[in-house]
Ligand binder design. Structure first.
Ligand code: CP
Length: 323
C-alpha cells in the first residue's frame, strides 16, 4: 500500500464502503486476531500513530511501534552503504527480522527536502518494500500519504454525497517548506474519484510533473487563489515546499514571504465558494494556513476527517491481511 496509483475507482469505492461498515458498527470482525503489525515512525505523528494503534486493536491485533534512532536502532537504507558512520542497522536486516514477528509493516518517513530528484523516488519507503515479503503500508512517505487521501475521499463522500464535486486543493503560506506527500495523494485520489479538481498555488510551487500527468484531463491548475475558490464545494488547504528550493530552505522561506497575507483560507474567500466544506489533514497552524473563523465554523470538517483515518485504515488492514 504505497499509494493509490494502482487502484481502480471501483477498488477505492469498495474500500470506502468497507470503512463505512466499520464506522457504523455493521462490521465488527477481528481479522487481525492473534496477529501483530509493526508501525515504524521516523517522524512525529498524532493521528496516524493513534489511529493505526487503535484500529489494529479493534481488529483484534497487536501494534508494535518502533522509532528508529529512538526506541530502535538508527537505520541505513542505502544499498551497498559502508556503515562506518552513525547508522547501526540496515533496513535489510530490520525488515527481515521484523517480518518474522509481524504480518505487515507500516512506515512513516518524511522527505528531508534536501534533494528533489532523489526524494521524489521515495528511497526509504522503497527500501522497506524491496526487502519485505509482508505488506508495506505507507503511513506518509516523501511522496504519498494514501491513508490520508482515502480518509479525505470518505469525508467528501459523507458530507457531500457520491456525485462529482468541484474540489479545490489550495497551497497556503507556512513559515517553512513542507513535504508534498499530502497534496500529491489528495490530488491523485480526487482525480481517481472523478471530481473536478482545481490545484491553486503560486508560480514556482508546482507539484511533481509526472504526478500531474497521471491526473488526466479533469484538472485545472491556477496561480489565482481568488478565482479558484469561486463555486468550490471543497476547499482543501495544504502548504508545501518548492521543488526548485529543495536543499535551500532559506531561499524558499524568502520567496514565499510575499504570499503570507494572500495565501490563507479566510472567511472572505470561503464566502465565494458554493458553501464549501473546509478540509485539512492536520496538524494545522491556526491563523497561518486558515483563520480561526473558518476552522471553527460549521464548514470545517477537519475533526471528522481525522476520525475517518481510523475507519479507512481498518478497511485497508482488513483488505490486506484479512484473507
Ligand atoms: N494527518 C496526519 O498524518 O497527522 P499526523 O502527522 O499527526 O499523523
Amino acid at each position: 500500500m504505497i499509494s493509490t496509483i494502482d487502484m481502480t475507482r471501483e477498488q477505492i469505492e469498495s474500500l470506502l464502503e468497507s470503512a463505512l461498515r466499520f464506522k457504523s458498527g455493521d462490521d465488527v470482525s477481528k481479522p487481525l486476531a492473534g496477529k501483530s503489525v509493526a508501525l515504524v515512525f521516523f517522524n512525529p505523528s498524532l493521528r496516524t500513530r493513534a489511529s493505526m494503534q487503535v484500529g489494529i486493536y479493534e481488529l483484534g491485533g497487536n501494534a508494535v511501534v518502533l522509532e528508529p534512532g529512538g526506541t530502535s536502532w538508527t537505520l541505513e537504507h542505502r544499498e551497498g552503504a559502508v556503515m562506518d558512520s552513525d547508522k547501526t542497522e540496515h533496513v535489510a536486516e530490520f525488515v527481515r527480522v521484523l517480518e518474522r514477528y509481524c504480518v505487515a509493516i507500516g512506515v512513516r518517513t518524511f522527505a528531508a527536502l534536501k534533494d528533489w530528484q532523489e526524494e521524489r523516488t521515495d528511497p526509504v519507503l522503497n527500501a522497506f518494500a524491496k526487502y519485505a515479503t509482508v505488506p508495506i503500508i505507507n503511513l506518509e512517505s516523501a511522496t504519498h500519504h494514501p491513508c490520508q487521501s482515502l480518509a479525505d475521499m470518505l469525508t467528501i463522500r459523507e458530507k457531500l454525497g457520491a456525485g462529482r464535486k468541484r474540489v479545490v486543493l489550495t497551497w497556503a503560506w507556512h513559515p517553512k517548506p513542507l513535504p508534498m506527500a499530502v497534496p500529491n495523494s489528495f490530488a491523485l485520489a480526487a482525480a481517481q474519484m472523478g471530481h473536478d479538481l482545481v490545484i491553486a498555488h503560486p508560480s514556482g510551487y508546482e507539484l511533481d510533473e509526472e504526478l500531474i500527468e497521471t491526473l488526466g484531463a479533469n484538472v485545472e491548475i491556477t496561480n489565482d487563489i481568488d478565482t479558484a475558490f469561486e463555486g468550490a464545494d471543497v476547499i482543501y488547504a495544504k502548504s508545501w515546499g518548492s521543488k526548485q528550493f529543495y536543499g535551500n530552505t532559506d531561499q524558499d522561506v524568502a520567496t514565499r514571504a510575499q504570499y503570507r497575507s494572500k495565501w490563507i483560507v479566510d472567511e472572505e474567500k470561503m464566502s465565494r465558494t458554493n458553501d464549501a466544506i473546509f478540509m485539512h489533514c492536520l496538524p494545522v497552524r491556526r491563523n497561518v494556513i486558515v483563520t480561526d473563523g473558518v476552522i471553527d465554523s460549521p464548514a470545517s470538517v477537519v475533526i471528522d476527517e481525522a476520525e475517518n483515518r481510523l475507519h479507512v485504515q481498518k478497511a485497508i488492514l482488513a483488505r490486506l491481511l484479512g484473507g
